[in-house]
Write a protein that binds this ligand. Structure first.
Ligand SMILES: [Zn+2]
Length: 199
């Protein structure tokens, strides 16, 4: 069960007087893990922090790997638009089914679903979005009765106008946030250096 040190990679720190190191470990089960990247130079440790960015391969079998960046300690955090500043945390279908509907479907989509529900006696005949909502309803509410699903959708439509953070509102802020974060990271990279750890 114990991890054994395998090897330590290192790089020269920015001032040139010390080292940045990372030790890798292995165990009896042929599992491996990398320890933290440590700035061993006192001077540079005062000025920089290490940021780890994990990359994932396209396939699960490609695994993941990390790039480590030296970042000036006083570099500001992201302060741009955030969904979480504007709206409360999203609810899932188990916590609050009507709110989940509001946050994931437009008012028009839900009216379309209600229309399908009003015109059928069997939820097995529902198609498209309505079929998806039936499946979610089955899991969360343990029923696929048309009348029960219709009640839930009606509850969502009733709350829709005053609910803060519906699907379209959230999509808008998410787009803004992801654009702003991409710009923030692009700028930050100009102030960082990749730590080139060598065995
Ligand atoms: Zn140094």
């Amino acid at each position: 069960m114990s991890w054994e040190e395998m090897y330590t990679c290192s790089a020269t720190c920015p001032c040139g007087k010390g080292k940045i190191t990372q030790t890798s470990y292995g165990d009896d089960w042929n599992r491996y893990k990398d320890g933290p990247v440590v700035i061993e130079c006192e001077e540079c440790a005062k000025k920089y922090k290490v940021e780890e960015v994990t990359h994932h391969g396209l396939l699960a079998s490609d695994g993941s790997w990390s790039t480590y960046y030296l970042t000036p300690k006083d570099y500001p955090d992201y302060e741009g638009p955030k969904e979480s500043d504007l709206y409360p945390a999203t609810r899932n279908q188990y916590q609050d089914f009507p709110v989940w509907l509001i946050e994931n479907y437009t008012e028009d989509e839900l009216r379309g679903v209600l229309n399908q529900l009003k015109n059928t006696t069997s939820s097995a005949k529902l198609t498209g979005i309505a079929a998806g909502i039936r499946e979610a309803h089955k899991k969360a509410k343990k029923t696929v009765r048309v009348g029960e699903i219709a009640k839930t959708v009606e509850a969502a439509l009733e709350k829709y106008p005053e609910h803060v953070g519906n699907k379209i509102q959230r999509e808008e802020i998410r787009k803004k946030e992801s654009d702003a974060r991409a710009a923030y990271v692009k700028e930050k990279r100009k102030h960082q250096t990749v730590i080139d750890l060598q065995r």
